[in-house]
Design a protein around this ligand. Sequence first.
Ligand SMILES: [Ca+2]
Length: 394
Amino acid sequence: MRTPLAMIACAATLSVAAAGPAAASFSSCVAGLKSAVIQAGVSQATASRALDGVQPDEKVLRLSKVQPEFKTPIWDYLGFLVDEQRVADGQQMMRKYDSVLRSVERNFGVNRFVVAAVWGVETDFGREVGSSYLPQALATLVCQGGSRTSFWRGELIAALKLVDRGDLKLDELYGSWAGAFGQTQFIPSTYQRLAVDFDGDGKRDLVGSTADALGSTANYLKRAGWAAGESWMIEAKVPANYSGPTGRKSKAPLSTWASRGVTRADGAALSGGAQAGLILPAGPRGPGFLVFRNFDAIYSYNQAESYALAISHLADRMAGYPPFRTPWPTDDPGLSRAQRLHLQKLLIAKGYDIGEADGKIGPATRDAIADAEKRYGMPPTGRAGTKIYRALGG
Ligand SMILES: [Ca+2]
């Protein structure tokens, strides 16, 4: 299982608790950790190279303590994960890796658009794989203590065993602060369990080999219960005032959903015995989705329905299907990555000191947005939405 990175990344406002281990106690913790990983079967040489002289990673300490203060609206979350640019990039990458993706689909029975969508959401098709050095990040997480110490220790052991096994070199172990790495962001224990050598060079290299990364993602989804040839999600329309069953797990045949008044998004009738659950991420006034067991397989990759919805929709968009028919129930929709970047440039042009525009909405950008909202007579939310973007001239 992966840690819910997407959930953390989608937190719009973060609070940080200070503190870090004292240097002496950190180095004695690392010494004990080194003995533990060797005892667990990691070679002395790999353990030494990974852990001797390692210092606490301040960024990891900071990020491991952030708590989301409020839930990001689903339309913001999907706005930047499934924007036109990612759809176009994805279509281009799918052409480039067409034979690999078709071969992955044949071997594992998992739809190639979904495999490519995981790649696109996790690392923007291999472009953003993370910059934390895993031995340092994981040692930091172990030695800061807390309830997940043994989990992080297990991930460190798994990572170092990948090096011993010859799959990867130590200096290839860069990823997220929480240990997910490679082109489709597996944590080391998942990598050890489910990664495959799809390009046949003898190494399971999810960092340097796109074929291995895509094959491993398909293997993951297959093991999570993917059913070949079946759908994952269809947009649906529920009657106004619908109060019937909802939830991914409350599955019923499509014919039953039809009897409950649910139709396809375009109003066409549902039929057949395929089992689906109905999710309404923004309530009955927003778009509804009938989700099948393949959606559950995608869900298991990151344990979040919003994540599974993003993957499912990106897959559909790359396959040429249109955006959702029913709009989100908001008068202030979310922004694409290009619009977020433009919003930051507009704030900078107005004199706000938010550093360099990078499209990432951090605390400085949020403060500037809140201030700008006040100036335009809007409630100060700090949220990067369409209203403030338009007000600033976007
Ligand atoms: Ca390989």
